[in-house]
Design a protein around this ligand. Sequence first.
Ligand code: TRP
Ligand code: ZN
Ligand code: CA
Length: 435
Amino acid sequence: MNISVPRRVTAAAALAALALGGLTGTASAGSQAAVAAPDIPLANVKQHLADLQSIATANGGNRAHGRTGYKASIDFVKAKLDAAGYTTTLQTFTSSGATGYNLIADWPGGDPNQVLMAGSHLDSVTSGPGINDNGSGSAATLETALAVSRAQLQPTKHLRFGWWGAEELGLIGSKYYVNNLPASERSKISGYLNFDMIGSPNPGYFVYDDDPTIEQTFKDYYAGLGIPTEIETEGDGRSDHAPFKNAGIPVGGLFSGADYTKTAAQAQKWGGTSGQAFDRCYHSSCDTTANINDTALDRNADAIAYAIWNLSTGTTTPPTGTVFENTADVSVPDNGAAVTSTVNVTGVTGNAPSTLKVGVNIVHTYIGDLVVDLIAPDGSVYNLHNRSGGSADNINQTYTVNASSEVANGAWKLRVQDKASVDTGYVNSFKLTFP
Ligand code: TRP
Ligand code: ZN
Ligand code: CA
């Protein structure tokens, strides 16, 4: 018997949620199959930084909230997005007696019930031009948005970009945006990615430790480059993802370091200078175009595009915690042929997650006899257990598998073979949990 119904969410609730989330055929019609993320041209990102520097220079040396350099920065970004086909909205608010501005840019199309957002604060402190903090995040986010337009990307999800005002006064702009979103709109935001300081001159490669899928996406990108990352610890809640997170929206982001000091171990793995701040010009007049590490900026800009492409296009997963399970017992013949237990995944658009949880429960008196594999619908094999553990009893364990190259829907099998005589057992249950 093959039982594989979503559990924890009831089957009916899961189907309703899937339909709401636009994971079924009709809602995703018009979106394209997953396509590889582009390389973001560093020269373009640097040109935006040069332009932001010129704006600061022409406006008293800064681009701070309430100063002319801020409004000029917003106008500059908005003009580029308008020309690229975005629907832009200027949102105004008041802080410290001055008018502040957020810029919101929507890329037409995608499922309005699943919005993927990326944002960066565009204001500087009054003491300098703010090129690393946060021209870097602003320029890389802008260039990624322009790359979406160049590719005429048709993602499954709706894409929205934001540039926040008055972050340096206490996350004022992003708080204003989140607080003024109707609850019905908030719940449609499936993720918010934040980029604040991503070209630090003595860089670290930090990933926010928040939503597991977003975090894993950035880690996958850096793993592909062979560059180690660390979890961001220089103050959780110190940038514009905090209001989103507080509203229950999954968040993530990248960071190359501010005024914390690079350790010897960090210099060992990333290069640069130990005993020195990641950004010695943090919040200073020397945060100019000279205060940028091109390699860090280049990698982080490409990582943004990688995340936007992968999280918005054809990788939609069902509601967090959806379980597909087969609880039928399958006996495993002693020193015999492989047997399988099957789980049918249905109603999921696109690929499986990079953190697919595979729950294996095998009752057996000698797990050193066993080889256990996960088989994807297309036949790809992921080994979970290979005769380790000696005479220990039973496997009752959850394995995390990067299944992001597999189409999610279809028959997933747990294959178990007993390769030595005497001890025997059976598969008690097999389940797949979506993160
Ligand atoms: N947001 C801070 C600023 O703009 C910089 C900063 C400090 C930061 N710690 C952080 C940004 C952690 C992101 C994550 O001045
Ligand atoms: Zn900042
Ligand atoms: Ca045996």
